[in-house]
Design a protein around this ligand. Sequence first.
Ligand code: PGA
Length: 256
Amino acid sequence: MPRRPIFAANWKMNKTAREAKLYCAEFSALGIDPSIADVVICPPFTALDSVRTSLPQTIGVGAQNSSNHLSGAFTGEISIGMVAETGCSHVIVGHSERRALFNESPALLSEKLDRVIECGLHAIFCVGETLADREANLTQQVLLSQLQGSLKPILSELSTRWTQLTIAYEPVWAIGTGKVATVDQAQDAHHFIRSTLSGLLGPQAGKGIRIQYGGSVKPDNVKELMAQPDIDGALVGGASLDPRSFYEIIKNGASQ
Ligand code: PGA
C-alpha cells in the first residue's frame, strides 16, 4: 500500500487565537482536496480550540507539545487529556527546539510518546542532527540514538499501534535557516530512519510508517523532496504561517 502524504504546519509561538481564526478562514477558502493528503495544523495551545472549530473535520489539528505527566502539580504544563479534549488528532513530540531549549531527553520524549499513543492520538516524532553532528559524520549515529532512545522503551505498545506514529526528519541546521538538505542528503537520512524502524518494529511498520522532511520547506522545493522514495510529507514552520504558501506546499507536494 502506498503511504499517504502528510503535511503538517508547525506555527511555533506564532498567532493568537484571533489571528488563527482569520488564517483558518483563508485556508479553508482555498479548498484543499482532502483526498490528496493528510493535512494537520499545529497552533499554540491557546489557539487549539479556535483552530479546531474553524476548520473542516477533514483537516487535523495538532498540539506542539504535551506533558509526560497525566495530571497534578506541574505548573504551566498541559496534559494529553487536555489536548485531546480540544479535538486534537496529533501531537508533535521532540521538536529540536524542545530538545535544545528545554532539555528534553530521549527518555522524557519516550514518556511523552507513550502518553500520546495510549490516549489514541497520533504522534509526529521529530529527529535530526545538528550541523556539528553532520560535519563530524555522526548523522546516522545521532538518528539511531534518538530513535532507539525514545522508541525502544515503548516497543511493545508501538508494535500494535505504529500507525499512530509519524517521524519527522528535521536536520537542525536546515530549520528556519533557508538551507534545505539536498534531496540526496534527505533521502539518505529517510532511508536510514526507515531501516531503523524496520529493525525496531518489523518490516511492515518500517514500510508503513510515514516520514516527513522538515527544514525550510517552501512551495518551490517541496516537489523534488516528495519525489524521493522515502519522503512522505513535510513538517513546515515558517512557510506555513501564510495560508496560501502552506496550501501551495500541499498542492505541489501531494501532486508528486
Ligand atoms: P522551518 O521549520 O520550515 O521554518 O525551517 C520547520 C520546523 O521547525 O518544524
